[in-house]
Design a protein. Structure first.
Length: 297
């Protein structure tokens, strides 16, 4: 599916209605990122938070909610924890990346059809290369095995990682992700194991679970498992400085917060929603300024 641009000769000819579905996402900055870039490009966009917690919906409600949002005129939706995998069988078609990763974070509604894509992997890849691209990354430890973990694991294997160790409290989910990613990248060794074994000997650790979010406070694992030669990447961005990153920095680890991934996946999703390429540098700068305002408040 090719989403057609909504501008003609530089003039907006349509408004765009988008939203984010997930649970515990009141702190999401997706509306600001998308609407600010749309204004800069002369587009009219409304972006809504559709939080499952206050709205009272769960995964079992998605079969009725997606058609409802489509009927309400939504052009597209972003999808976050915990629905990235649950939405897949409800869609009419999938991109190759979404099918391979086994998770969807972007849905387009067009011509009565719902198309699923994944911009998490490409957004994380771009963000990682900019922030930690000069670090060793042959052995990656992945903490969490949900939809975001699948995208991050895919990104690192695409970048050439040869050993990926995955840990999740749901061991069967970790094993299933290891099997899927291992089949996609047969030259790499991908295994599910305990958290301690996953981190031991890793060049870097990527935290992809919801633990550390404002709605899921805490640490996903004991920071004493880390050593100073490792880097730590957390995909959470509200808060931007998670307890894990603070603990990793105290251990002497290089760290990467989730802000850049949030911006770059949003930039890639924005191009799908609108058919217009955003200015990702401007989006990163806007995000940084907004972060400063929130910190100062």
């Amino acid at each position: 599916m090719i989403h057609q641009p909504v501008i003609d000769a530089g003039r907006p000819v349509a408004s765009i209605l988008c939203g984010l579905i997930g649970s515990g996402i009141a702190g999401s900055r997706s509306p600001q990122m998308h609407e600010s870039e749309a204004r800069a490009l002369g587009l009219t966009m409304v972006y809504r938070i559709l939080d499952g917690e206050p709205m009272g919906y769960a995964a079992g409600d998605l079969p009725r909610l997606l058609p409802m949002f489509q009927a309400m005129g939504f052009d597209g939706l972003n999808v976050t924890h915990p629905f990235k995998q649950d939405v897949m069988p409800l869609l009419d078609s999938l991109s190759d990346a979404a099918r391979a990763i086994g998770a969807v974070n972007t849905i387009l509604f067009e011509d009565g059809q719902a198309f699923g894509d994944n911009t998490d992997w490409s957004g994380y890849r771009t963000h990682f290369l900019a922030g930690l691209g000069d670090r060793r990354r042959a052995h990656i430890a992945l903490i969490g095995a949900g939809g975001a973990a699948a995208a991050v694991g895919y990104a690192h294997l695409d970048l050439g990682a040869t050993y990926l160790t995955i840990s999740d409290p749901a061991q069967d989910r970790a094993a299933a992700l290891a099997d899927r990613l291992g089949a996609l990248f047969p030259r790499a060794q991908v295994i599910a194991t305990s958290t301690a074994d996953a981190i031991a000997g890793a060049d870097g650790v990527v935290q992809t679970s919801p633990i550390g979010m404002e709605s899921h406070p805490g640490l996903p694992f004991d920071p004493d498992l880390l050593h100073p030669d490792q880097w730590v990447s957390d995909i959470i961005y509200f808060p931007l400085q998670t307890p894990l990153l603070a603990a990793a920095q105290a251990k002497g680890c290089a760290t990467l917060n989730g802000g850049g991934m949030a911006v770059m996946q949003a930039a890639h999703a924005f191009s799908l929603f609108t058919g217009v390429e955003p200015d990702s540098a401007r989006m990163l700068a806007d995000f940084a300024r907004d972060t400063q305002r929130r910190t100062a408040a």
